[in-house]
Design a protein around this ligand. Structure first.
Ligand code: ZN
Length: 361
C-alpha cells in the first residue's frame, strides 16, 4: 500500500475481504482509488471497476467483511459468557481434569487427579520445595499440555489454582464451577498458607526468637534482653545445645556489668517470682473443674452448629446478590467487585465443606 501511495499501481486479489478487515484499511484503498494513485482493482470473485458504482460496491464489500469479523467475535464472546454462567470453564481443563468433547464439559481425570492431590498433600507438609513438587509431578508422568516438564512456576500455579476446589477464574473473575472438586477447601487453604510462608524472601535461619525475648529487660541498665543458641561439643562426641539469655548492652550511659545466663537458670528465677502470686493448689483444681463444667454446658449440639452455618451461608448468598446488584448499578467498581466476589466464594466453599463434614459426623 505504501508503494502504491508513492508510485501508483494496481491490485489483484481474491476477494475484497482479503484486503481489509477494518474501516481504516478499507477507507485507505477507496481513497487511493479516488485520488487515482490506485489505477485499478481486480478480483476473480467480485466485480469492481474504477467507477462510482464500482467504488460503491467495494465499500459494501468492505463493510460486510467488517460486519462478519465483528459479529464473529461478539458471538464467540457471548458463547463463552453463556458457558461461564452455566459453571463450565470455557477453556482447556487443567492437569487432573479432561475436556469431555462429547458433552462439552470438564470431567475428572481419574489417574492424574490422584497425583495432583498427592502433590498438594506433599506440599502442605512443609518439607518440600516447589522444585521437589515439580520433580514429583514429572516422575509421576504429569507434563504440561504441550508435553514439557512441569516447572517450578507451573507447580506453584497448580498449587494455587482454585479450579481444584470447584471454582474457576475467567476474565479476571472467580466463578463457581459445575465440575467436581478434587481437593478439599481445607487442604487448598493449607497449601496457600504454605505458598505464602515459603515464598517469604528471607527468614532468619540461625537465631530463632526465644520465649522471653522482647518481654524482659535488664535490671542493671534497662536495655532489652536477647538470647543466643550455643552448641557445646565435648571430646567424647556428646553435643549439647544451650540457650543463653543476655543483656543487649546497648546503653551508652550505663556500662552494664551483667553476664549471660542459661535459660534453665532464668526459668528458675522467673518461677520463684511467679510463685508469690500463684494460686493455691486446691483453688486451682476447683477453678479448673468449674471451667470444664462451663465449657461442657456451652458446647452446642450438632444440629445447632449446622443451623448456624446454614444461616452464615444464606448471609453470604445475600451478600453475593447485593454485590452483583451494586456492580450492575455501577455503585461498586469492577476491581472491588472481583475482589469481593472471590472472597465471598472462598468463604462459601469453606462453609459448605464444614457442613458436609458435620453431616458425616
Ligand atoms: Zn544490662
Amino acid at each position: 500500500m505504501d508503494e502504491i501511495e508513492k508510485n501508483g499501481g494496481n491490485i489483484l486479489a481474491w476477494n475484497p475481504d482479503r484486503l481489509a478487515r477494518n474501516s481504516v484499511d478499507g477507507g485507505r484503498i477507496i481513497y487511493l482509488l479516488d485520488t487515482g494513485r490506485l489505477a485499478s482493482l481486480k478480483f476473480p470473485t467480485f466485480w469492481c471497476d474504477n467507477t462510482s458504482q464500482g467504488k460503491f460496491m467495494l465499500n459494501m464489500a468492505f463493510g460486510q467483511s467488517k460486519y462478519y469479523v465483528d459479529s464473529l467475535s461478539e458471538n464467540t464472546k457471548r458463547g463463552l459468557r453463556q458457558k461461564v454462567r452455566m459453571g463450565i470453564f470455557p477453556s482447556q481443563a487443567p492437569v487432573g481434569y479432561l475436556n469431555d468433547v462429547r458433552t462439552k464439559t470438564i470431567i475428572v481425570d481419574k489417574k492424574r487427579s490422584k497425583i495432583v492431590r498427592l502433590a498438594f498433600e506433599r506440599y502442605v507438609k512443609g518439607n518440600q520445595r516447589l522444585e521437589d513438587i515439580a520433580e514429583f509431578l514429572a516422575k509421576s508422568g504429569v507434563t504440561t499440555r504441550t508435553g514439557k516438564r512441569i516447572s517450578k512456576t507451573k507447580a506453584s500455579f497448580i498449587l494455587s489454582n482454585p479450579f481444584y476446589i470447584g471454582l474457576f477464574k475467567y476474565g479476571g473473575e472467580i466463578h463457581e464451577g459445575k465440575h467436581e472438586p478434587i481437593i478439599s477447601k481445607k487442604l487448598f487453604d493449607e497449601a496457600q498458607e504454605m505458598l505464602k510462608f515459603r515464598g517469604q524472601p528471607e527468614r532468619k535461619p540461625q537465631n530463632e526468637p526465644q520465649p522471653f525475648c522482647g518481654l524482659i529487660s535488664c535490671a542493671s541498665c534497662g536495655m532489652m534482653i536477647t538470647a543466643e543458641n550455643k552448641t557445646k561439643r565435648q571430646k567424647n562426641g556428646n553435643v549439647h545445645h544451650y540457650v543463653y539469655y543476655r543483656c543487649t548492652k546497648k546503653s551508652k550511659v550505663v556500662k552494664c556489668p551483667e553476664m549471660s545466663l542459661r535459660s534453665e537458670k532464668l526459668d528458675e528465677q522467673l518461677s520463684s517470682l511467679i510463685k508469690k502470686v500463684s494460686l493455691p493448689k486446691d483453688w486451682a483444681e476447683e477453678l479448673n473443674r468449674l471451667a470444664l463444667q462451663d465449657y461442657k454446658n456451652s458446647t452446642p449440639s450438632l444440629t445447632a452448629c449446622v443451623k448456624e452455618k446454614e444461616t452464615k451461608l444464606s448471609v453470604i448468598l445475600q451478600k453475593l446478590e447485593r454485590l452483583l446488584n451494586g456492580y450492575l448499578d455501577q455503585v461498586v467498581d469492577e476491581q472491588d467487585y472481583r475482589n469481593q466476589k472471590a472472597k465471598l466464594l472462598s468463604e462459601k466453599k469453606s462453609l459448605e465443606e464444614e457442613m458436609t463434614s458435620l453431616s458425616h459426623k
